[in-house]
Each structure stands twice: as structure tokens, then as C-alpha cells.
Design a protein around this ligand. Structure first.
Ligand code: MTE
Ligand code: MO
Length: 383
């Protein structure tokens, strides 16, 4: 899978890395509608894109379950065996808006780990599949009492410090047990899951960072403790600036970081863009997205034309509807009469009354994850 192939199939994608291919949704397509066109959904890969024959494919489920099984795609899609579900889900990479943290202070990773994503490592789709909870119950007779986490293993391989690993992560059984919307999915917006998004089968873990939604999923292990695979145990950790004192990240132990699961509430202005000249006629139209993880929906979005002193609420009728697992797109005519450089910013609140840190440095962390601070852009305003 080369960048050239992707360019042909996904014209206009914002290019991050050739190999492994990583691409960001173009701005216009990002806020085109509540559902992101599959063609333009962002892509985050750690390794190559596996070629999987759906007819020969089997999902193996084992570890601390009552009955280990192998299921073909035909078994999984047999609605008389497993009830199917469709869920609208925003997937957000924990690297979204990382570029702002990089600009504040550089981190300490390579370009794969610290890919400089902007505002487009997020997208929304309707996924169809089977609730993982039901598959574990119906096919495996449930978990053994020690089975407290579910490890997802992807068929893609990935290099780290001279070793080759399969992409593997885990989620707590509690999350799956409490949430029938955690899916094993084979369809995205009514179409077969595209190859680059995990064909033939992926996990879709609502409310969590994108990393837990393993693509090319071929093995699920019920385990007692969170997975020790490097993606789970060594990446997607949140190290506060204080964790390293003045010594730099090289002195930090993995155990000093905490594992990031739920996404916090965050938002972004997509139009206008940073450093753009805007012509105002007493107002300027702003457009963007707002999303919160953990099953929280976005309650309110506010924008400011003066760097965050005076705020204007986006009228609810100018937002797409509330949703437990999906973003809200918003539009507002922001009053503007000044000429010259202005700082526009956005902040939002979710249904648990969480809001966003004021400045990027308030939530800076060594691996540059979950940039949730108030998104700020500078525009040159003329009349
Ligand atoms: N699954 C596998 N097998 N390999 C990967 O590299 N990347 C993860 C996750 N699942 C990844 C994976 C990350 S970090 C994110 S953000 C999402 O997939 C992105 O999903 P997408 O490429 O379908 O947008
Ligand atoms: Mo990600």
C-alpha cells in the first residue's frame, strides 16, 4: 500500500507519512456532514496494510474464556447466531491537534509515534457489526472470573527497537460488559469496511482513543491484566510535564505514565484557518467540530474573537444533534468589527460538565497526546 495508491483513492488527503501510511482528512470534507465520507476518513497506521481473504479468515477468541472458539466472517455475520447493531461513532486519534503541543515544546518521540496531526485526525461513521459482549457470551460462554481485560491483536506488524510485533492493545472487560455499543465491525457507512480501515474486521470501541479500535482484528485474548504489548504498555501513556522533573523524558519509567482510554472533551475551528485574512461585515462565519469521549455528548460550544475574554455561545440550532458517541459540527456568525490581528478560539462543555484547559501548556504531556486545550487561531481581519 503506497502513498501513490492512496492519493488515487483518497484525493486531497493531508499527507503525514508515506510508510506506514498516515493521512489526515482535508478540511472541507472534515466538516462536510455529520458522517465523514469513507474516502476521506483519516487513516492512522503503525505498520503495513495486510491483505486478508475474507473467506479464509477466522477470528480466534481464547485466553480466559470458558470456551475458546474460531469464527469465520460467515459465522459472525449470521444474524441468527449473533444480534447485529449499527452505531454512529466518532473515532478520534489521541494525536489529534498534536501540532499545537509540538509548537509549544517538542516531545521526545519519532515521527511515527509523534506524528504531527492537525485538526483532522477525527471522523465519524456508522459501523455495523456485532456487540463484542454478545459474541463472548454466545460463542464463548462468557469469561472466566480472572478474565478482566480483552486483548485485541491485529494482523499488521510493526517494528520497534529492532523487534517485530503485531499491533495489539487491550480494553477492560468492564467497558465491554457495560457497553453493547463496543462492536466487532465489518461495515462502515453501509459499505464493506475499506481495506485501509481494517478489512475484514475491526474493533470499534466507543468513547476511547482511536488506538483501542484495533483494525485487521484476528485474535481476541481474555487476560487478567492490561496487555503488555508495546502499543498498550509503552505508548498512549500520559506523562505530565512534572513526571520528568527537569530530567527529560529519558528518565521517565513507563509506570510514571497513565494509560489513556476515554477521550476528553475538545473542539476545533476548521474555518477560517490559522493566519488567514478574513473580510468581516460586522461578523465572521466560524465552523468546526466538538467531541467528547466516555459516552459524553457535547452540550455547549463557545467561541471568542479576542483570545478568550468575551465568549459567544453557538446557538443549539447551529449544531448537529447531541450524540453519546459522536461529535457535533457547529457554525456561528461571530461579531467582529476590529481591523488587524485577532485571536479566535473555541471551547466546549460536555454532558459531565467537563470543559477544556485554557492554554496548550496547561495540558502539555511528553508523548503529546490528547490536545484538548482551547483551540486558538490568529486571523487578519479587514473590512
Ligand atoms: N489497528 C491496527 N491493527 N494497527 C494500527 O496501526 N492504529 C490505531 C487504530 N487501530 C491501528 C489500529 C490508531 S492509533 C487509530 S487512531 C485508529 O486505528 C485509526 O483508525 P482509522 O485508520 O480507521 O481511522
Ligand atoms: Mo491514534
Amino acid at each position: 500500500f503506497s502513498w501513490e495508491t492512496v492519493l488515487k483513492e483518497k484525493p486531497g488527503m493531508i499527507h503525514l507519512l508515506d510508510f506506514p501510511y498516515n493521512g489526515e482528512t482535508p478540511r472541507k470534507e472534515l466538516i462536510e456532514g455529520k458522517l465523514t465520507d469513507n474516502l476521506f476518513h483519516f487513516v492512522r497506521n503503525h505498520g503495513g496494510v495486510p491483505d486478508i481473504d475474507e473467506d479464509a479468515f477466522e477470528l480466534e477468541i481464547g485466553g480466559l474464556v470458558n470456551k475458546p472458539v474460531k469464527l469465520s466472517m460467515k459465522d459472525l455475520k449470521d444474524a441468527s447466531k449473533f444480534p447485529q447493531a449499527e452505531v454512529t461513532v466518532t473515532l478520534q486519534c489521541s494525536g489529534t491537534r498534536r501540532i499545537e503541543q509540538i509548537q509549544e515544546y517538542p516531545g521526545d518521540g519519532d515521527e511515527l509515534i509523534n506524528a504531527p496531526w492537525g485538526e483532522g485526525a477525527i471522523g465519524t461513521a456508522v459501523y455495523r457489526g456485532v456487540p463484542l459482549k454478545k459474541v463472548l457470551k454466545i460463542a464463548c460462554g462468557g469469561l472466566l472470573p480472572e478474565g478482566q481485560h480483552l486483548e485485541f491483536v491485529g494482523a499488521d506488524t510493526y517494528f520497534k527497537k529492532g523487534n517485530v510485533f503485531n499491533y495489539a492493545v487491550s480494553v477492560p472487560w468492564r467497558k465491554v460488559r457495560a457497553n453493547e455499543e463496543v462492536l466487532l465491525a465489518w461495515e462502515m457507512n453501509g459499505k464493506p469496511l475499506p481495506k485501509i480501515h481494517g478489512f475484514p474486521l475491526r474493533a470499534v470501541v466507543t468513547g476511547y482513543i482511536g488506538a483501542r479500535s484495533a483494525k485487521w482484528l484476528y485474535r481476541i485474548n481474555a487476560i487478567a491484566e492490561p496487555s503488555l504489548a508495546p502499543v498498550q504498555a509503552q505508548e498512549y501513556l500520559y506523562y505530565t510535564q512534572q513526571a520528568s522533573g527537569t530530567m527529560g523524558k529519558q528518565n521517565v519509567k513507563f509506570s510514571n505514565g497513565f494509560s489513556i482510554q476515554n477521550m476528553p472533551v475538545s473542539s476545533a475551528v476548521i474555518f477560517p484557518t490559522d493566519k488567514q485574512t478574513v473580510i468581516h461585515d460586522g461578523k465572521v462565519k466560524l465552523q468546526g467540530w466538538a467531541y467528547s469521549g466516555g459516552g459524553n455528548w457535547v452540550e455547549r460550544v463557545e467561541v471568542s474573537n479576542d483570545g478568550g475574554h468575551v465568549w459567544y455561545s453557538v446557538p443549539p440550532e447551529n449544531m448537529t444533534e447531541k450524540h453519546y458517541h459522536a461529535w457535533r459540527l457547529w457554525t456561528i456568525e461571530l461579531p467582529v468589527d476590529a481591523e488587524g490581528w485577532l485571536e479566535f478560539c473555541v471551547r466546549s462543555w460536555d454532558s459531565s460538565n467537563n470543559t477544556e484547559p485554557t492554554f496548550v501548556r496547561s495540558a502539555w504531556n511528553w508523548d503529546l497526546h490528547v490536545t484538548s486545550s482551547c483551540h486558538r487561531i490568529k486571523v487578519y481581519s479587514v473590512n
